[in-house]
Design a protein around this ligand. Structure first.
Ligand SMILES: Nc1nc2c(ncn2[C@@H]2O[C@H](COP(=O)(O)OP(=O)(O)OP(=O)(O)O)[C@@H](O)[C@H]2O)c(=O)[nH]1
Ligand SMILES: [Mg+2]
Length: 799
């Protein structure tokens, strides 16, 4: 936030505000909505329906336990109290705000008295708005004093996870809910449409256990929010996380005593605590866990939870902060001014509240966006589209619902026949057609561009580039006609891949001819992040010319992309019990007829892909997923157990020490480094200077014997050795040396790499008998071809 603008706005009149948000999150069907109802004294419903999106219409006052009664739909009550106090004070001061009880005309007069004519529109608070606020003053009850909580009840279905994460705010208190009667370690059975690959290419649906859901939500809160700073010492970091178990009375057999039940619950809590005690989010978790039975009428356990939430809420660092009065009015009256519509234009905000200083207006909108009260991405006008700049979204649920309409495939019986093909294309190819968007958003067409820009910003879709059709090519004389061009016709939507069902498609990544590296997420990799990376990879791949190639293969947790005519790369999301990572494989595309030796992918291309991944992960971390922890890694060549080595370290040193579990080993990094280095055959014209010193040559000549009349005498060897450079180890592989052999050449050499190369070539030479000249030439030439050194291969044939 722009502090200077905020300070200036405060000077015009401000009030302290005590409010926060109570976010109820967790696994599907565990009792979140029921818990909310229990908290606000509403009756338990044994047939509670699944929540869709987020329910946000319940606001409560927490000044006394009795006041946990929900004012549904009256979100304007949020700041009534602070607002009225502020207006009173300003009117007594005769300050810039208007007299609360004055009529509109009177206010206008006052404004003209204190300001030059013609500037009354610059009044800090629009008269009509004040009129309406003031007219409600009579409705305020004494209990409306004190901190308020706006409750957000999140849907638990996985379907919403990508969009939910957009609404996780630092200025909130979280209740992470689970069902005490479910075994914490037993995988949860999901509805059919939520199945997905397990990441290892198998067909077993990946099912989380309740403990993994709890971990997922707490990790999400931790990574997507930033820590609130506090001057006083808090019992837990802010934002605080409460852990709440429901279905208390279903723990154990029906007829057990209360003491026995308490013991069982304690065991569950102990197991959970043990699981999370080393997690980074643990410092945010409130020490006491709660066990609630929602089906009981108001009970002591729920009363304890209310009290505990109150105690934590009042300690939150932002409680009692000062907010400029005109900002408060915006927050309080925005729904009224938008006439109940979920969306407002920037001009409406400007006109409605008389905030004509655009910098202040944008600062205020950014402030409320950060708080999670509105959704506004226009703050950085240089970066954002006009459509995004103009739109202020007041209702997150409206946004989620709009996204959902085009990100979920309608069941066939609900589809309009005319759009059946488009639905099929969406389902099978993850391609969303513009005509389908128009159809699904027919009621909100005027917001189409802003919504699409927002989806683009959230990386929920990627505009497809298409090759111009033949007739279009011929009709355009311009040379650019053959270039792919952007079209509004369709979009890729990988984030809906959760609904993937097709198992016939599998991504091919052959380990032998791919350069593989990993992004190790230290056990936590949100699906949303993976999908965002996929969307960004789609955009990048299209820019590189991928639009000319086939549609990328997009599976639930795997996707592959064009890089250049000879290379492609794949992203694969893997969740295993103790690991969460993205595997990145850079591959050569198939060649026909196939080459005699499989070529490794280019080091330059591998580097390019690595740079892309690094750059975008950094951007996602800065912009969205603030506390995500990851490391670009490679698989440790010590393959006893799959584990990682940090790539940076491997690139910087010839050997690294790998400490894994109870043992440690020394790892030579030349093979890892080779994956990211370009081969030198392309630099033939500027071949490196001979590196072999006279001493080495003399030693080799002595070993070979001066009279050596075979092909591959010391001059030939020198020629080969000089041109090989860093590629010599690859050549050694094609000459059938093992990694161990290569390692020995290096360690036994007195003269560094040069000596090692010579030893390798000499040893190779000694494998042949006197008459095997042709065999020798052939083997060396083919090996040199395999490392793409065709010039040297040709020479080897002619030695
Ligand atoms: N016996 C018992 N039933 C409960 C309790 N809490 C919730 N239920 C029941 O469990 C089912 C799911 O409850 P909800 O409150 O809708 O669960 P939810 O987590 O909001 O579900 P989603 O919105 O789909 O994520 C409903 O049938 C509730 O009546 C509880 O403490 N005890
Ligand atoms: Mg619910």
């Amino acid at each position: 936030m722009n502090r200077a603008v905020y300070q200036k706005a405060l000077e015009k009149g401000s009030e302290t505000v005590h409010r926060t948000r109570l976010m109820i999150v967790g696994q599907e069907r565990v009792g979140k909505t029921s818990l909310m109802r229990s908290l606000v004294h509403e009756r338990f419903n044994s047939e509670e329906l699944s929540t869709e999106g987020i329910t946000t219409d319940c606001t409560i006052n927490i000044s006394s336990a009795q006041s946990w009664h929900c004012k549904r739909g009256d979100s304007t009550s949020l700041s009534q109290h602070e607002l009225m106090i502020g207006l009173e004070r300003e009117s007594q001061k005769g300050g810039p705000a208007h007299q609360p009880h004055s009529s509109s005309a009177a206010s206008q007069n006052q404004a003209t008295e204190t300001q030059p004519r013609g500037t009354s529109r610059k009044s800090l608070i629009h008269d009509e708005v004040i009129e309406k606020v003031v007219s409600r003053k009579g409705d305020m009850k004494p209990t409306d004093v004190g901190p308020t909580l706006n409750i957000w009840d999140f849907a638990g279905q996985d379907l919403y996870y990508t969009t939910h994460q957009t609404f996780l705010s630092s200025r909130a208190i979280y209740l992470v809910v689970f069902n005490l009667s479910q075994d914490l370690d037993e995988p949860v059975t999901l509805p059919d449409n939520a199945t997905c690959n397990d990441g290892s290419g198998g067909s077993v649906p990946y099912r989380k256990t309740p403990i993994q859901y709890l971990d997922f939500w707490m990790q999400s809160i931790f990574t997507y929010t930033k820590k609130n700073c506090s001057r006083k010492e808090l019992k837990q970091n802010s934002p605080p996380i409460f852990i709440v178990g429901t279905h208390r009375n279903s723990v154990g057999q029906k007829d057990i005593s209360e003491d026995q039940r308490k013991l069982l619950i304690q065991k569950i809590f102990d197991r959970l605590r043990d699981e999370i005690k080393d997690k980074p989010y643990y410092t945010h978790v409130v020490s006491k866990f709660h066990a609630i039975e929602n089906s009981l009428e108001d009970n002591t356990k729920i009363q304890e939870l209310r009290k505990h939430i109150e105690d934590v809420a009042v300690e939150e660092p932002y409680m009692g902060e000062r907010i400029p009065l005109n900002w408060l009015i915006f927050d309080d009256e925005k729904e009224m001014l938008s006439c109940g519509k979920p969306i407002m234009t920037l001009k409406q905000v400007m006109d409605g509240f008389g905030i004509e200083d655009e910098t202040e207006l944008l600062t205020m909108l950014k402030f409320y966006h950060d708080l999670g009260n509105i959704i506004y991405f226009g703050g950085d006008s240089a970066k954002e589209s006009q459509a995004l700049r103009d739109v202020v979204i007041l209702d997150p649920n409206w946004l989620i619902d709009s996204f959902k309409k085009i990100l979920t495939v309608k069941p066939p019986k609900e589809q309009t026949a005319k759009y059946r093909k488009s639905w099929d294309r969406l389902k099978d190819k993850r391609i969303l057609e513009d005509s389908l968007i128009d159809h699904m958003w027919q009621d909100i067409r005027e917001h189409k561009q802003a919504l699409l820009d927002l989806m683009d910003k959230f990386d929920l879709l990627c505009k497809r580039f298409e090759e111009p059709r033949e007739e279009e090519k011929s009709s355009t004389a311009s040379s650019t006609a053959t270039q792919p061009r952007p079209t509004n016709a369709s979009y890729y939507v990988p984030s809906m891949l959760r609904q993937q069902t097709s198992r016939s498609l599998q991504l091919e990544t052959t380990e032998n001819n791919s350069n593989v590296f990993y992004v190790d997420f230290k056990k936590f990799l949100p699906d949303g992040l993976y999908h965002r990376l996929v969307v960004r990879a789609l955009r990048w791949s299209q820019d590189l010319g991928g639009a000319k190639s086939a549609n990328p293969l997009l599976l639930c947790d795997q996707a592959n992309f064009y890089v250049d005519d000879h290379h492609k790369f794949a992203l694969q999301m893997v969740h295993q019990s103790n690991l969460a990572y993205i595997k990145v494989s850079v591959m050569r595309v198939e060649m026909y007829p196939p080459p005699r030796h499989v070529k490794a992918p280019s080091g330059d291309v591998t580097c390019k892909v690595k740079d892309f991944v690094e750059e975008h992960l950094q951007d996602l971390k800065t912009m969205w997923i603030k506390r995500i922890n990851y490391c670009i890694s490679v698989q440790c060549p010590d393959k006893k157990v799959f584990h990682f080595l940090p790539l940076n370290e491997c690139m910087a040193k010839p050997t690294v020490v790998c400490v894994f579990e109870t043992s440690h080993s020394v790892i030579k990094t030349y093979e890892i480094q080779a994956m990211f280095k370009e081969e030198c055959y392309e630099e033939e014209a500027s071949a490196p200077e001979p590196r072999l010193d006279d001493k080495t040559l003399a030693a080799v000549a002595k070993r070979l014997g001066a009279e050596d009349k075979q092909p591959f005498n010391d001059i030939h060897m020198r020629e080969i050795a000089n041109e090989l450079g860093k590629n010599w180890e690859k050549l050694a592989t094609y000459l059938h040396f093992t990694q161990d052999d290569t390692y020995k050449f290096v360690t036994n050499s007195q003269t560094g790499v040069d000596g090692a190369i010579f030893d390798m070539l000499t040893t190779w030479k000694q494998r042949f008998k006197g008459g095997e000249v042709m065999k020798m030439k052939k083997e060396m030439a083919e090996a040199l071809e395999s490392i793409d050194n065709y010039v040297l291969a040709e020479k080897a044939r002619n030695y």
